[in-house]
Design a protein around this ligand. Structure first.
Ligand SMILES: [Fe+2]
Ligand SMILES: [Fe+2]
Length: 193
C-alpha cells in the first residue's frame, strides 16, 4: 500500500468519532512531523504513525486492549510492520524497546502535546504567548491536567536527547500553526474581543 496522510486520516476517522481524540491525533502529528523535519527523516511516515497511534482508543479504551488489539486491524488494512511496531512502542505497559528516533519522538510528543494543549485552553490567547517556563510551572501542579504522566514527559525528553525547555518550545512552535484546528484561541481572538 502507499503510505499517505490521506490514507491514515481515513483510517483514523473511520474508527474515531470523538473530536477530542481527533485533536489529540492532530497535535501529536504536528509535533512528530516537526521532529521528522528537524532530524531529516521521512515526514510522511512519521506523520502517519503519529496520526494513528491512538486510532483504536475509542473501541479499546483500556490498557488491556489499547494499543495491542488495534495492531491486527492496522495489519489487515495493509499498514507495514514499521508503522505498527512504532505505534505499539508508545505504550508503557507493553515495555517494548523504543529503539528508533521515530519511536522516541512519538513517545516524547504524546503526553507533552496534550499538556501544552491543556495549558493553551486556559489562556486567553491560547498558546500564542505560552512559554516553556509557564508550562514547567504547570507541570509541577499535580492537579492541573492530572491525567498527564509527568514522569513520562521528563523521561521521554531525556530518551529523545533533547532538553526539556527546548522540547517544550519545539512542541509549542509545532502546534501554533494548527491552534484553531485544536480548538485553541489565538492572539487575534483577543484583539477581536
Ligand atoms: Fe495511546
Ligand atoms: Fe496519545
Amino acid at each position: 500500500m502507499e503510505l499517505t496522510r490521506d490514507r491514515a486520516w481515513d483510517t483514523l476517522t473511520r474508527h474515531t468519532e470523538s473530536e477530542a481524540l481527533r485533536r489529540h491525533a492532530l497535535a501529536v502529528e504536528a509535533s512528530v512531523r516537526a521532529y521528522a523535519r528537524r532530524f531529516g527523516e521521512d515526514e510522511e511516515l512519521w506523520g502517519v504513525v503519529a496520526l494513528l497511534h491512538d486510532f483504536d482508543w475509542e473501541m479499546h479504551p483500556t490498557l488491556d486492549q489499547h494499543p495491542q488489539d488495534g495492531a491486527p486491524i492496522l495489519r489487515e488494512e495493509g499498514y507495514p510492520v514499521e508503522v505498527i511496531e512504532a505505534i505499539l512502542s508508545h505504550a508503557e505497559h507493553l515495555s517494548l524497546p523504543r529503539d528508533t528516533p521515530l519511536k522516541k519522538a512519538l513517545f516524547a510528543c504524546d503526553e507533552l502535546s496534550g499538556f501544552v494543549h491543556a495549558c493553551g485552553l486556559v489562556r486567553p490567547d491560547g498558546i500564542d504567548t505560552l512559554t516553556p517556563k509557564s508550562v514547567k510551572k504547570k507541570l509541577k501542579q499535580p492537579s492541573f491536567a492530572a491525567g498527564v504522566h509527568r514522569e513520562d514527559v521528563y523521561k521521554s525528553a531525556d530518551e529523545l536527547g533533547v532538553e526539556l525547555d527546548e522540547h517544550i518550545a519545539f512542541v509549542i512552535d509545532a502546534l501554533r500553526p494548527i491552534a484553531p484546528e485544536l480548538g485553541l484561541r489565538t492572539a487575534a481572538d483577543v484583539v477581536a474581543s
